[in-house]
Design a protein around this ligand. Sequence first.
Ligand SMILES: [Fe+2]
Length: 289
Amino acid sequence: MNSRVNVQAFLDKDSETFSYVVWDASSLKAIVIDPVLDFDYKSGRTSTTSAEAILAFIKSHCLSLVWILETHAHADHLSAAPFLKAATQAKIGIGKHITQVQESFKAVFNLEKEFLPNGEQFDHLFEDGEILKLGELSIKAMHMPGHTPADMVYLVNDECAFIGDTLFQPDVGTARCDFPGGSAKTLFQSIQKLLSLPLQTKLYVCHDYPTAGRGHEYETTVALQREANIHVRDGVAEQEFVLRRETRDKSLSMPRLILPAIQINIRAGKLPPAESNGQVYLKIPLNML
Ligand SMILES: [Fe+2]
């Protein structure tokens, strides 16, 4: 039987992020996963060029956007979820453990007391295993902590999964686990759950950092990962993975946009409140991270 899951990927070259439109051909209902808000750090200016391309695709295919799903609070790009929500009335969803991430970073950034780390900034917080209907498609929200405590994978029709930062392409490996609440041991266990899906399950990554000789690729499979992932292919034991992951994490510098991205993304992509002069600011904690 032909697949009823339709997928269109969009690459943000600046952050090497893939955003996705996924839709049901019969009802034309759609979701967007991990949309990117363009951000020029030097000028502090945001723009919606990337999100407008997604919106144009949605309109040109006569799709009705129902959900904007975040796999996690990204540290490398800002979310364009509020822009898409304003244009379509779609709801913004994320995993329910986002509250743990909000709590950590509320303290890091000493956010205003009105910012409540209870997930209220999002329209919906997904439980592990919760099912979302999208026309004839069935989307299962799966909690896959490790990279952060709140990472989610969205499995569509038991056929393809949008895996956020659990795994990258096999030659790139896995995501770092050294952010607050991250854990290499937990990521290993999440990945085992992911790799226990049927071998032919398509996996769509949130980022690709291509090794020499190839371009950006967004699709992989459980079989390819089990055979060739440089960090977690079949036969790699938990202890070996944890040692390797933790050693590598110690050598990594912070993502370029982590400070702006986290401040925006834990607010479901909304900007912080304006100060008394009407201007919005972000903070830079000095000598902390
Ligand atoms: Fe991430």
